[in-house]
Design a protein around this ligand. Sequence first.
Ligand code: KIV
Ligand code: NA
Length: 271
Amino acid sequence: MKLTLPELRRDTPLVMVTAYDYPSAQQAERAGMDLILVGDSLGNVVLGYDSTAPVTLSDVIHHTRAVRRGAPETFLIADLPFGTYHTGLHDAMRAAIKILQETGADAVKLEGASPEVLEVIRVLTRNGIPVMAHVGLTPQTEVSLGGRKVQGRDEVGAQRIVQAALDVEAAGAFAVVLEVIPARLARLITEKLDIPTIGIGAGPYCDGQVLVYHDVLGVYDGEKKIAKRYAELGRLATQALSEYADEVRTKAFPTRENSFIIKDEVLDKLY
Ligand code: KIV
Ligand code: NA
C-alpha cells in the first residue's frame, strides 16, 4: 500500500531507494520500499555524465514515467533538475506541475536552502505540491561546495546546515534528505525537526535512509564509503555477457531447444 504523507512519521525507519526505469521500479516495489526516488543521479549512473548538472526536465520526466509504470503502488518522488527551479517561482511551479502531471509522481525534490529555494518550497507547498528538501552535500552545486566532501564538520558549516534544515521545514517541506554530513550532526538535526530526515552518508540516527540503486546492487566499482553493496550485479552481468559471447562464437548457443521446427514436406519444396 502506498504511504501517505502523515504516515511518514513513525517508529520504523523509512527506506528509500532510487530507480530509473521499469525493471528497477518493479524490483523496488516488490522489495517493499517505502519511497522511490527518481534522482538526478540518473545523470551519473544511467546516462554516463560526470555530474547531475546536465540532467534535463525531459530526462527526469521520461524516466519517471517508466518508474511509475513499474511501481504504481509506491510513494514516488522525482528530482527537479538543476536549472528548473532557479529562474523564478513561475518556472519552478511550471516544472513541478509538469513532472506531476506527466509522470504520476507524488512529490518533487529539490536541493538547497537559499532564500530563493526557500521561496520555491513555500510556493509549491502552498499550492499543494509536496516537496522533499535536500541539504548538506547538494550534488547539483557540489563544485561551489568544494567537491564531493563531508559537509558541516566545522562550527560555521554545521550551524549553516542546522539552519538550512530548520528553514526547509518551516518553508513547508514534508521531509529532508541529509547528504554526507557527520552522524551526530544528523542526529541533532533529526531531534530538532518534526519532519522526517532521510540520510545518505549521514549515519544511523536519521528517520530513514536512501541509497542509489546501482550502489546497493554493486553495478559499478564506484561508491564504497557511504553505501553498502548487497549484490555484485555489475560483475555478474559482465560474466554473463562474456559467457553469451563465448557460446555464440563456439556455437554452443543457440541449441535445438532455442529453435523452431518446420515440417520436412514444407522444407523439401523449397530446395
Ligand atoms: O539523485 C539522487 O539519487 C539523490 C539521492 C542520493 C538523495 O538525490
Ligand atoms: Na538528486
